[in-house]
Design a protein around this ligand. Structure first.
Ligand SMILES: [Zn+2]
Length: 70
């Protein structure tokens, strides 16, 4: 897997954990909005990365081939 994408995925996971914490602690609306904004930002970063990264495109092409091999 592409290292940059891997790093973005790790950030996304910790953003999810943070959001879950805010929810479980019944955190303030502002904190929850901040956590949601963080998730949005990471989704956009990942989408943009996938469009521009040759390694990720190759990964997706290989995945596509393996899914349609049968
Ligand atoms: Zn990549």
């Amino acid at each position: 897997m592409c290292l940059s994408l891997h790093r973005l995925n790790l950030q996304l996971q910790s953003a999810f954990r943070l959001r879950d914490n805010v929810i479980s602690l019944k955190g303030e609306c502002e904190a929850l909005m901040g956590a949601d904004n963080d998730l949005d930002r990471l989704y956009r970063l990942i989408a943009r990365h996938r469009e521009s990264c040759a390694l990720c495109k190759l990964d997706m092409a290989l995945l596509d081939i393996s899914l349609h091999r049968d």
